[in-house]
Design a protein around this ligand. Structure first.
Ligand code: TXD
Length: 321
């Protein structure tokens, strides 16, 4: 089987970790594109020089030319500025929309059959814009947010309950902003409801609720927590690892059910917007969207999140994108 070709647009913090993970996992040959001269060439050379140690034969190429992404099966986009302390993801809108428009034109011209995973913020707006400019079918344009947000939520639950994070199943839906919706009621440890474990631990339902609320708000603010500590940029190891999980689902045709930013066509009562919901990912991209029942409180939180996405997209359109 011929090796896959994976193009990474944006060779910064996340782009670099993506390239290294792809090489180490032997997922495919890598083309790392960035507008900064010599920079992606330097990164790929550095990673390639670890090939002997990593035992990998994948080919890594750094480039400033879109033609080099020709024939890519998968494109992962991180081009754009990250947040600085005190900035919201939405503050990045104008700058990153200009960048995303250029990127979409480049990918459309040179990798028209690729499946595209977008990471750049503000996520929901950037996915929307990429799809609009490229005209790619919506099942081939998705965004990474929910896998990371869910991993963060799961990590906090594992720490709190002192169990392996591998046994935690917890999902975060909605937009990739402060209104995201961690699904508490569905969160479980190999089938055992997390809330029940918390109630048994604290022998006090109110205390259990309080502990869960703290984990929910930490999840919502988790990106900002890292930004505040790093001071020079935003999270990059965990976003890269999350996008790799999505790419693997596609490359290996796994049909994994992952919270993904996908285009909704009436599902969840939403029409014509990109939002984070459970989706089955396989070799064609989005295989199907999985709906689930939300109770009144969850639905209200989800609606609020949808409205935030709608406002963001409207702002972007008002800016002429
Ligand atoms: O989960 C998520 N979706 C995210 C998203 C989690 C964390 C951070 N997330 C966002 O990803 C973040 O807010 C940014 O918008 C992107 C990329 O974050 P990263 O930390 O990798 O940013 P860097 O290190 O600044 O890298 C961005 C690169 C940099 O090398 C620029 O030169 C390049 O993008 N860049 C471009 N590449 C291609 N084409 C154009 N026009 C371009 N402009 C800048």
């Amino acid at each position: 089987m011929a090796r896959k070709k994976i193009a990474l647009i944006g060779g910064g913090q996340i782009g670099g970790v993506l390239a290294q993970l792809i090489a180490q996992k032997k997922l495919g040959d890598v083309v790392l594109f960035d507008i900064v001269e010599d920079f992606p060439q330097g990164k790929t050379l550095d990673i390639a020089e670890a090939s002997r140690v990593d035992g990998t034969d994948v080919v890594l190429k750094g480039t400033n030319t879109y033609a080099d992404i020709t024939g890519s099966d998968i494109v992962i986009i991180t081009a754009g500025l990250p947040r600085k302390p005190g900035m919201s993801r939405d503050d990045l809108l104008t700058t990153n929309a200009k960048i995303m428009k250029q990127v979409a034109e480049g990918v459309k011209e040179h990798a028209p059959n690729s499946i595209v995973i977008i990471i750049s913020n503000p996520l929901d707006a950037m996915v929307t814009l990429f799809q609009k400019v490229s005209g790619f079918p919506t099942h081939r344009v998705i965004g990474q947010a929910g896998v990371l947000d869910s991993s963060r939520f799961s990590t906090f639950i594992a720490w709190e309950l002192d169990v392996s994070v591998r046994d935690i199943n917890a999902m975060v839906l909605g937009g990739h902003g402060d209104t995201m919706v961690p699904l508490v009621r569905y969160a479980n440890v190999n089938g055992v409801p997390v809330m029940e474990m918390l109630e048994r631990k604290y022998k006090d339902a109110a205390k259990a609720k309080e502990v869960m609320e703290a984990m929910v708000s930490r999840t919502k603010m988790a990106g900002g927590e890292v930004v505040k500590l790093l001071k020079t940029g935003s999270a990059f190891y965990s976003p890269a690892a999350s996008a790799i999980a999505m790419a693997e689902a596609i490359i290996y045709d796994e049909n994994r059910l992952l919270p993904t930013c996908v285009y909704l066509n009436g599902e969840f009562g939403v029409d014509g917007y990109y939002v984070g919901v459970p989706a089955v990912l396989g070799e064609k991209g989005v295989v199907r969207i999985v709906e689930l029942t939300l109770d009144e409180e969850e639905q209200a939180a989800f609606d609020k999140s949808i409205n935030a996405v709608k406002t963001l997209v409207a702002d972007m359109e008002r800016l002429g994108f």
